[in-house]
Design a protein around this ligand. Sequence first.
Ligand code: C2E
Ligand code: SIN
Ligand code: SIN
Ligand code: FE
Ligand code: FE
Length: 401
Amino acid sequence: MDSEIEFNRTDILARLNDSGSLSEKILAIHDAARICCEFIHRISVTIYDPKFDLLKTLVHSTDDGNPLAGYQARLADTPSLHRIFLSGKPRVVHDLAAFAGGERAHTRRIVEHGFRSSYTIPMYANEQLTGFIFFNSRLPNVMNEAALTQLDMMARLISLLVGMELNLVKTMHGALRTAASFSSYRDPETGAHLDRMSHFSRLIASEIARDRGLNDEFAEAILWAAPMHDIGKIAIPDHILLKPGKLTPDEFESMKTHTTKGREIIDTMLRNFNLGNASLAPVMANIAEYHHENVDGSGYPRGLKAEAIPIEARIIATADVFDALTSRRCYKPAWDNASAFAEIDALSKWKLDRRCVEILLDNRTAIAEIQARFRDEAELDCREEQSRPGSAGQHSATPEV
Ligand code: C2E
Ligand code: SIN
Ligand code: SIN
Ligand code: FE
Ligand code: FE
């Protein structure tokens, strides 16, 4: 063998090639960061939602586990980050002790957890702020010029990875809107229903993430995948999808296929966009296929039971039923929240996941806030009622409680 050629070196960032989650990729980058800068004890990434001026932790890698997850704040209420946003420049804090009595509760938490210095870099895509990357050290005065140059490169890498994830979400949501605009699915329950049920789902997911010590990425993934759950309805004929009254057994059999058709549509879209390896791909497909499974095995399309139903589908089912109950549909009027809470409580005996229901029951204020934030704007557009007398709105027209 030629002594000048070496093939047994392993690229320390090889893990970035895998179809892993963002959390796994941040761990890989953190391992690489330790080689140049062993004093980097925490990397965290928050994403920014301009619609609500909201910053949320997305992923982090912390030497001692997960003490600081679940962070969420308005950018306008975060002067130090707002200044970074306005200047567009990163910021070095050589000794966070200066903030011990500090401006923000979250900064105090970081100081209390023993972090002494920080380097904060804003992330942009198309000249829009998409979030911030934080490098923290337990040592003060370590962020020297050489280290910062290396960290800048890692920040660029992180920002590209986050950008890829956000683009995937944008692409899939765009494809959903495009497909829906060619079908009647746009009428009954797009827009506000999807926003509300996605945020109910995120609320459930963040509590479940807390129960299980999962990264915040889990809740964001659920928020992003949730709007895709009923995409299969674009393949359901109008006379069934928009029927004002109760479905016949045959019509309901056809309606049930929106689950398996949903998975097929999502798989096709992911394949066509070459996104099939994304970590979000199976979450989206599982949600579409399994969101009508019941915990006792009586649901469709597969009759899966309890834990055999993917957790993402159990979360979506709970959020979807709650919002379906509290919204007007072509086949039923809207229920008030109290009746809907009583109903999902009852449904948790056989249909919905008990823990998911409990989380909604325990967060009534947060739910009302989500409902206030996403009110239906357009009137529901249903097919004209059939002339058959008494056929309309018989199905669960009043709360069964
Ligand atoms: P959807 O309107 O989004 O409703 C989603 C799920 O919410 C339903 O799944 C059901 O589990 C729950 N849900 C909705 N309304 C009620 C209600 O009044 N009482 C109770 N206990 N649960 C309710 P499901 O039943 O598998 O239906 C799937 C989809 O089939 C529905 O989505 C809707 O698009 C359609 N559908 C169901 N029943 C009827 C009907 O009687 N007439 C028409 N036109 N469509 C129906
Ligand atoms: C973090 O969780 O480290 C980011 C939040 C912040 O420092 O503002
Ligand atoms: C602050 O308390 O807002 C400044 C410190 C920081 O954001 O890390
Ligand atoms: Fe559905
Ligand atoms: Fe739905």
